[in-house]
Design a protein around this ligand. Structure first.
Ligand code: GLU
Length: 419
């Protein structure tokens, strides 16, 4: 177990964040009614023949929160904790996230309640294909474009792309992003979330006059976002002293050798038992005195009960929704600088946008162009959010929400209501 997780409902958190930002903006009631709620929510039964011959019926979801600024966009998550409320929260955050980095997408999210770690590749493939066929009427390159999220990856996207394309009768790579390169995926998409997190950490360090070289870092969660962020910080000369995943936590006061840790995790699937490190407990990682804490796991891992133990100067939210509003208040009063999720981890969906543009144009870009454009998008968004934070004297989270909500509100006001 990573750490204790608050019972806070992610959707309640998303709604509270919306209301706080909308209040500061003085957003009128009619616009709130138009943009606050999901446009469409689909719950599907996903029967799968398991390897033992029995049929197991999973439950899946796809929520489209907004298509005001463009096609709905967001990942698909496979996890035992997936619920409709969680997917609604994640879809809502995708809407504001795409608007914060100013890419022409709305927000969506999908998920299946399952334990992918206990399933074979064959079972995962059959589940993915059946789920795709169940949500097929509402997805498409101009309508709603899935991508990877927790415990899904480029292989999952390849199965979705194939199922969708076989049904339509021709290859349609633009229906998903985060695909393998051989199917029209983009260079740099796999490491995009981590790169984006890193760009925003660079900005925060510059703002707070903290040299990145030698800065101490703790990373909670060592999946795609956590491990790549750790690698980039290591490359920049920061000292990543503690790392955790769902199996355990490791600590070395002189800094962990991140490339070796990534290598070990790729071989045996966990960080636990890493040589030249001592095991620590999850709450010790969160309470680590460090410059930068990177929560890169699930929602609500920092909450009312453990928030006051945090001793970091910067929190970079690589995960979606890792802090509850109660934790926000505690950390804000302690002067911790928070880079909120809808800004911090927007690098993933930004390169998803680049991938979709490349697929639509059938013209592919070089890695260096992608990295340069991504860095530019992330740093522009950081500056825009920081400006609101300073000018309105609101938290970075409220500032990011104000920026995202403001752009969606403007679009909906210009479009007007149909009919
Ligand atoms: N799952 C990622 C996120 O939460 C990426 C979504 C996407 O690329 O559409 O931002």
């Amino acid at each position: 177990m990573l750490t204790t997780v608050s019972q806070a409902n992610a959707y309640d958190v998303a709604m509270e964040n919306f209301d706080s930002a909308a209040d500061v903006m003085g957003l009128d009631k009619n616009t709130r009614e138009m943009i606050k709620w999901p446009e469409r929510m689909l719950t599907v039964g996903v029967p799968v023949r398991m390897d033992d011959g029995n049929i197991h019926r999973f439950t899946g979801y796809r929520v489209q929160h907004s298509s005001v600024r463009g096609p709905a966009k967001g990942g698909i998550r496979y996890h035992p904790q997936v619920s409709l409320d969680e997917v609604k929260a994640l879809a809502t955050w995708m809407t504001w996230k795409c608007a914060v980095v100013n890419i022409p997408f709305g927000g969506a999210k999908g998920g299946i309640t399952c334990d992918p770690k206990k399933m074979s590749q064959g079972e995962l493939e059959r589940m993915t294909r059946r789920y795709t066929s169940a949500i097929l009427p509402i997805i498409g390159p101009e309508q709603d474009i899935p991508a990877p999220d927790v415990y899904t990856n480029s292989q999952t996207m390849a199965w979705i792309m194939d199922t969708y394309s076989m049904t339509k009768g021709y290859a349609i790579p633009g229906v998903v992003t985060g695909k393998p390169i051989s199917l029209g995926g983009s260079l740099g998409r796999n490491e995009a979330t981590g790169r984006g997190v890193f760009s925003t950490i660079e900005c925060a360090c510059e703002h707070l006059h903290i040299p990145l070289k030698g800065a101490t870092v703790a990373v909670q969660g060592f999946g795609n976002a956590g491990s790549i962020t750790a690698q980039l910080l290591f490359d920049a000369g920061a000292k990543v002293v503690a790392v955790s995943d769902s199996t355990g936590c490791v600590y070395n006061k002189n800094g962990l050798n991140i490339p070796e840790l990534i290598h070990m995790k790729s071989l045996c699937g966990h960080v636990d038992g890493f040589p030249e490190a001592e095991p620590i407990l999850p709450h010790e990682l969160l309470a680590m005195p460090c410059d930068i804490l990177v929560p890169a796991a699930l929602e609500n891992t920092i909450h009312a009960d453990n928030g006051s133990a945090v001793r970091a100067r910067i929190i970079a939210e690589a995960a979606n929704g890792p802090l509850t509003p109660a934790a926000d208040r505690i950390l804000e009063s302690k002067g911790v600088f928070i880079i909120p999720d809808i800004l911090c981890n927007a690098g993933g969906v930004t390169v998803s946008y680049f991938e979709w543009v490349q697929d639509e144009q059938h013209l592919f870009w070089e890695a260096r162009d992608i990295y340069k454009r991504l860095d530019h998008v992330m740093k522009t968004a950081f500056r825009d959010v920081l400006k609101i934070h300073l000018e309105h004297n609101v938290s970075m989270r409220i500032a990011a929400n104000m920026l995202g909500i403001g752009r969606v509100a403007e679009a909906v006001q210009i479009r007007g209501i149909y009919p």
